[in-house]
Design a protein around this ligand. Structure first.
Ligand code: URA
Ligand code: SF4
Length: 201
């Protein structure tokens, strides 16, 4: 199966549950399909105004089938709560839906093969705002390598959709409690909350 086949399959999905069912059967990436325990399709509460996009499932997500439930997810939940955003009302997806072995970065080929699923997820949610967590998600939207440090802190509109870029929670953990990525992620999520309030009033 290639990206074209995925694209047709993804476009046929009329809603998020249908897409989640279809993506669970995807075997387009032979290595990932052979090593994964679950396919982490993502979560989308009805009427979600905010979509978060990460990179790929880690071990905890692969085990549970739910995005951002490991250490990165715990930090994310805490920061969302701090800025008054309820994780249960937020849609969450990843650039690739299957865990790369050993938590390596997804390859460009894997990102390309998985692209139609996330493209369709964006169409199905039509969020008011999307926050891109880390360089993989940022580059996915811009279609070229892009640096979080240069793009964060202000909204971008791509193909008519509004985005904010920030660091991945794993970077915030790696650089520690006094590191710049945590402070940036916190302020970017606060900005997301402000924008959502402004845009829905
Ligand atoms: N990191 C991600 O990018 N996504 C997850 O779902 C978990 C960790
Ligand atoms: Fe399919 Fe995406 Fe998983 Fe690759 S990463 S097998 S394209 S669902």
């Amino acid at each position: 199966m290639n990206a074209l086949v995925n694209g047709a399959a993804a476009q046929r999905c009329a809603d998020w549950p249908a897409l989640a069912g279809a993506v669970r059967g995807c075997i387009a990436c032979p290595e990932l399909a052979a090593t994964r325990r679950t396919v982490v399709a993502g979560t989308a509460p009805a009427g979600a105004a905010l979509l978060l996009i990460g990179e790929a499932p880690g071990a905890a997500e692969d085990a549970s089938g739910v995005p951002f439930v490991g250490r990165s997810g715990a930090l994310l939940d805490r920061l969302l709560a701090e800025v008054g955003l309820d994780r249960a009302a937020v849609a969450v997806a990843n650039v690739v839906k299957c865990r790369p072995p050993g938590n390596r970065r997804p390859t460009p080929a894997e990102v390309q093969r998985c692209r139609p699923w996330l493209t369709r997820q964006l169409e199905l949610v039509e969020p008011v705002l999307t926050v891109l967590l880390g360089g993989t998600a940022l580059s996915w939207v811009f279609g070229r390598p892009a640096q979080v440090g240069r793009m964060r802190g202000r909204p971008h509109v791509v193909d008519g959709r509004r985005y904010l870029a920030s660091y991945h929670p794993s970077a915030a953990i790696r650089f520690g409690p006094n590191g710049a990525p945590l402070a940036s992620l916190r302020s970017d999520l606060a900005l997301a909350a402000q924008l959502l309030t402004a845009l829905s009033s």
